[in-house]
Design a protein around this ligand. Structure first.
Ligand SMILES: *Cc1c(COP(=O)(O)O)cnc(C)c1O
Length: 464
């Protein structure tokens, strides 16, 4: 399998080359040249597989430059009970008839980001070792990505992580998850500013090509194809758990921000997984809902982005969305380039009409919906959901048709977002074993001004 850019650069690249890169050189995102089609016989064979072996089968279709035995060993090490807490890895939790949660948040940092980031950490270590190279990962986080990346990369040979976070903006639990790490290769840089300041610094460093090369700066953001393909696996795993035979169809409801998670569902559907509909759920930051309803994509400025109680979805410019548009427009790289370089765009009526054929529908959820959903699900089913999952569940219940099986992706556990749980239920969220009192552990971080030079100086003095 070779990879090409969404913006028309058709140079063919191998998986391990795009693994260590961010954007394609023309500013596009990497896509496989074609989607491998999974036929009925393959689907039947996969139904009986353990999660790690299913992951190996799916990843093998996209990765042909890692030895089969190595890839298999990586999958078994990553997708284990030891890392994800159960043999099912992503078990289903049924709610009312026709609705179930897909538990994706039982990894080390209690959010679904672990599903892909744990694999990414293992692949980075493998490939850097093979090349005899090192990588310094620079990232910005509002909470979940940073902790998932740090827990995936801690102690890994050849990798250092420099993670910028806005001072005082993460939940106490999220802070503790990051700052309590004592590993020498993890650097928590607390920026005196907001998330956008952190993001701007990462971009400024990325645009300084000389610095970037000299210090081998890399990223772990969600546009990385390896993260996306890792997420394809749980759509298959969930489908097998929810159905008895391969003739049946299911729908997925996905709390969305950067469009990475649901884009993996799109890939699974393109491969032939029997998915009826992909339900894109947004919070008050509803750029994607607006697009699926109207065909108009209007990314918003930071100042127009609301701070909500599902903060990991407070995104107004969905970085993975370009991948779907590329497929929607028949993989016309020149047209995608024109649309995304312009920023905002409106599809023609003919293009808009094609969306239904890809199964996408959408809905929106706001703070009051979130609180009501958390309360109602707790009262009726004694299941506690986090604020992001509540957004997905609200939209799933709203759009579900009679007879439809709706699988809602659980993107985080409630322990990460205690304030809204207290508001909805008047009690503290459940906390899985091993996380008691993490707020009291010693914290390791460095405070820096919101200044590119200060961050560059810090990196220079901490890489050898
Ligand atoms: C990252 C995240 C999301 C959004 O996922 P995307 O892939 O960016 O659409 C939703 N919920 C939680 C808890 C997250 O951490």
């Amino acid at each position: 399998m070779k990879y090409v850019s969404t913006r028309g650069d058709t140079t063919e690249r191998a998986f391990c080359d795009i693994l260590l890169e961010g954007l394609a050189p023309d500013g596009g995102l990497y896509m496989p040249q074609r989607y491998p089609r999974v036929d009925a016989a393959t689907l039947a064979r996969w139904r009986g597989l353990a999660y790690a072996d299913l992951a190996f089968e799916i990843l093998s279709l996209y990765i042909d430059d890692i030895a089969v035995t190595d890839l298999c060993a990586i999958c078994r090490r990553v997708y284990s009970r030891h890392v994800f807490g159960s043999d099912a890895i992503t078990p289903l939790k049924s709610l009312e008839p026709g609705v179930a949660l897909v538990a994706l948040s039982n990894g080390p940092t209690l959010a679904f980001k672990d599903m892909a980031m744990q694999l990414l950490g293992a692949l980075f270590e493998y490939e850097l070792g093979r090349r005899g190279q090192t990588l310094n990962i620079l990232g910005a986080t509002s909470g979940d990505t940073g902790s998932a990346a740090e827990h995936a990369m801690r102690g890994k040979r050849g990798i250092r992580v420099f993670m910028l976070s806005p001072q005082g903006r993460m939940s106490p639990f999220q802070q503790a998850q990051m700052f309590s790490l004592q590993d020498a290769n993890i650097h928590n840089l607390v920026v005196e500013g907001v998330f956008d300041d952190c993001q701007d610094i990462v971009k400024a460093v990325g645009n300084d090509l000389a610095f970037k090369r000299a210090h081998r700066i890399g990223t772990v953001n969600s546009i990385n194809w390896a993260r996306l393909v890792a997420q394809v696996v749980y759509y298959f795993a969930a489908y097998f758990q929810a159905t008895k035979a391969n003739g049946e169809k299911v729908s997925f409801a996905v709390p969305s921000g950067n469009f990475g998670n649901i884009c993996a569902g799109h890939v699974a559907r393109m491969m032939g997984l029997p998915i009826e509909r992909l339900v894109c759920a947004t919070n008050e930051n509803d750029v994607l809902d607006e697009f699926f309803r109207s065909g108009s994509y209007r990314p918003r400025a930071a100042a127009e982005t609301h701070e909500t109680s599902s903060p990991s979805m407070d995104i107004s410019k969905a970085s993975n969305f370009e991948r779907f548009v590329y497929d929607l427009l028949g993989r016309d790289g020149a047209r995608v380039k024109a649309l995304f370089e312009h920023g905002a765009f409106t599809l023609s009526p003919d293009e808009f009409a094609r969306i239904a054929g890809f199964g996408f529908v959408s809905g929106r959820s706001a703070h009051a919906d979130r609180v009501a959903t958390i309360r109602d699900t707790w009262a009726r089913q004694q299941v506690m959901v986090d604020t992001h999952t509540a957004d997905g569940l609200k939209v799933a219940r709203e759009l579900r048709r009679p007879g439809e099986t709706m699988l809602v992706l659980e993107t985080a556990l409630p322990a990460k977002f205690a304030a809204t749980i207290r508001e909805a239920l008047g009690r503290e969220p459940e906390r899985p074993p091993g996380f008691e009192g993490i707020e009291n552990l010693p914290k390791r971080f460095t405070r820096l001004p919101a200044d590119v030079q200060a961050v560059k100086r810090y990196i220079e003095t901490h890489v050898e």
